[in-house]
Design a binder for this molecule. Structure first.
Ligand SMILES: [Zn+2]
Ligand SMILES: [Zn+2]
Length: 387
């Protein structure tokens, strides 16, 4: 693969940056050293920096040499995972129990590479915002924190773009979902309230254990009977609890589970149905329920036009066969979804090689060969969207 001179020149430097960040992983909202490193680099490139957005978030602002009101945001996530690394690499984690096992060290570096390259050659119009966000992992929603802290109010941008490295996919090949890319994941809890009593005299009780059994069965029928067969969703009951003694009908019982859905409309419909079905089933057994949703990340939905645009740009930049049209979406989730709810844009997967360890594996390491490819993609996106 060919790279322009500015990118070619910094390949070894990018590898150093990436490995340095890799060796000092920081988890959600603790990305102090990482954001400091990013700030220093952006300032070195002569880029205006705003710090402390949504915690440790950083935004760099670069204007093109042609005047325009147009602006776009490019986003990288900075956080590592609370897990122990087993790679034995010379640059493996120096922070015990923390590891860059999702490649966010690479995401940061690819965006820094683009910032460097575009600072050297700002032959574009309008403004680019380089967004470095905290806390993508573990449901901590760093993207939402930055939005709540005024990301899109302070920095006026028309669209927003994201990358995730993708193990198992050929190096440098892209997957660009037309709309649905990643699932939304919500947790729900159902407390079933009955009336306790002697196990030998059930007629004096309202048994919440029987209600629990019927509710579990009924909930599974929501997906099979009330959702379009061409839709995708997963409902798993993962926690069940009731009772303390063999001869006592307990006062209450408990069900916990998770719903994975692919769009907001179905998500809201299914959550409502879970509550209604649980309540009505409980009522049939003279019990009542308390229902609680712990919302997770919403589904990641690309804007159709943006996905189409990026598809063309990627093919023009890297070759017709470098976009893989045959990959389905995943039921994993991603908090870039919050940014895509605010602005149109697209989130793409970039292949980091068929033999790469899977994300979140203790043996995973970001493939440095992807660094110049990601940087080239970001640069090409800017030049094409802000000509
Ligand atoms: Zn991850
Ligand atoms: Zn990730």
């Amino acid at each position: 693969m060919n790279f322009e001179k500015n990118i070619q020149d910094i390949i070894p430097i990018m590898e150093q940056w990436r490995q340095k960040i890799h060796s000092k992983p920081e988890i959600a909202y603790e990305e102090f050293e990482t954001s400091k490193f990013i700030t220093e680099k952006l300032e070195e490139f002569g880029i205006e920096v705003h710090k402390g957005i949504g915690g440790t978030g950083v935004v760099g602002i670069l204007k093109g040499n042609k005047k325009s009101e147009k602006a776009i945001g490019l986003r990288a996530d900075m956080d590592a995972l609370p897990m122990s690394e087993k790679t034995n690499l010379k640059y493996s984690s120096r922070n015990p129990g923390k590891m860059h096992a999702c490649g966010h060290d690479g995401h940061v570096t690819m965006l820094l590479g683009a910032a460097y390259n575009l600072s050297k050659d700002n032959n574009f119009s309008g403004t680019v915002y380089f967004i470095f966000q905290p806390a993508e992992e573990g449901g901590r929603a760093g993207a939402k924190s930055m939005i709540n802290d005024g990301l899109f109010d302070k920095f006026k941008m028309d669209s927003v773009w994201g990358i995730h490295n993708w193990p198992g996919l050929e190096l440098g090949k892209a997957v660009i979902h037309e709309e649905f890319a990643m699932a939304g994941g919500d947790l729900f809890e159902i407390n079933i309230i009955g009336k306790g009593g002697h196990a030998a005299q059930p007629q004096h009780s309202n048994d919440p254990v029987i209600a629990l059994g019927f509710i579990i069965s009924s909930l599974q029928t929501i997906l099979s009977r009330q959702l379009d067969p061409f839709s995708n969703a997963v409902l798993s009951i993962t926690k069940v609890n009731a009772g303390t003694a063999f001869n006592v009908i307990p006062e209450s019982s408990y069900i916990g589970g998770t719903l994975r859905s692919t769009n907001d409309k179905e998500r809201n419909y299914l959550l409502k149905k879970i509550e209604e079905t649980s309540k009505n089933t409980a009522l049939a057994h003279n019990c009542d329920i308390e229902f609680k949703i712990n919302p997770g990340y919403p589904p990641t939905i690309n804007d159709k036009n943006s996905a189409k645009k990026v598809n063309e740009i990627y093919k023009n930049t890297f070759g017709e066969d470098m976009v893989d049209p045959n990959q389905s979406a995943t039921m994993g989730s991603e908090d870039f979804s919050y940014m895509l709810q605010e602005r149109p844009g697209a989130y793409i997967w970039l292949g980091c090689g068929e033999n790469s360890e899977k994300l979140h594996s203790p043996y995973y390491d970001f493939n440095d060969k992807l660094l110049p490819i990601g940087t080239k993609y970001w640069t090409s996106l800017v030049k094409n969207l802000l000509p």
